[in-house]
Design a protein around this ligand. Sequence first.
Ligand SMILES: Nc1ncnc2c1ncn2[C@@H]1O[C@H](COP(=O)(O)OP(=O)(O)OP(=O)(O)O)[C@@H](O)[C@H]1O
Length: 260
Amino acid sequence: MVTEAAPKRNEIHIERLDKSYTQPSAGELHYIIQDVNLAVRGGEFFVLLGPSGCGKSTLLSLIAGFVSKTSGQVRVGDREVDRPGQDRAVVFQQADSSLFPWLTVRENVEFGLRMKRVPAAERRSISDQYIELVGLKGHESKFPRELSGGMKQRVQLARVLSNDPAILLMDEPFGALDAMTRRTMQKELQRIWQETDKTVIFVTHDIQEALLLGGRIGIMSAGPSSNISHIYDVPLAYPRDLGSPEFYELYNRIQAHFDE
Ligand SMILES: Nc1ncnc2c1ncn2[C@@H]1O[C@H](COP(=O)(O)OP(=O)(O)OP(=O)(O)O)[C@@H](O)[C@H]1O
């Protein structure tokens, strides 16, 4: 008899997921996403790519448990998502809105651990580990106002990682950074992901970013009633070589979805 293995705590299963709103003016039902089906493996780096306004953030918020679905299912491990949970952490585009300006880098990183009443010595050792991992050693005592955009984004990442979530949900986390900082952060994230066993769902509308990071890329169709119309495997080794013919070929194939 073949028995199915229990789902891992960092696996995500989405089945026939719908999110709709009633438009107040017309009183009509408006589907943002409709019939989304997706299985993300534990430890996978999955990119959601789509045009502005197609519903990427909505889908991420449904997985995070920030908004409630209209119908269908979102499961993380063997549990149905109906609220936010410590197994899922969200990294937003604007680090400013998630950092406390009156707390130092270390205090920001330790915030969640303090809430969980982790003893001070353990907090310190965890924050040391993640501050080092994101490359902020030596900046522990600085306040957010003393940091660049890229450094603030690193603090946000260290804070999220120090809570050890099984799943990282990233909503255009580098969208507000300049091109050079963005590239550095992409490399750092790729390294951090490879050093941990976290599942990452990364939202972007940048094809190059999707190809630099994703193990698979899900293309979202233009809304309304958006869904994942195509999934690409990216069979390229990390770090990805932007100049390789394979990269170029995949870039063009993906671009063609948006030229139609
Ligand atoms: N609370 C809401 N009520 C009604 N419509 C909403 C609500 N939240 C989002 N929408 C609509 O849903 C659509 C998808 O929005 P969403 O932010 O998920 O898209 P996105 O793909 O993440 O866009 P972007 O790339 O520009 O951030 C948009 O048309 C938006 O106006």
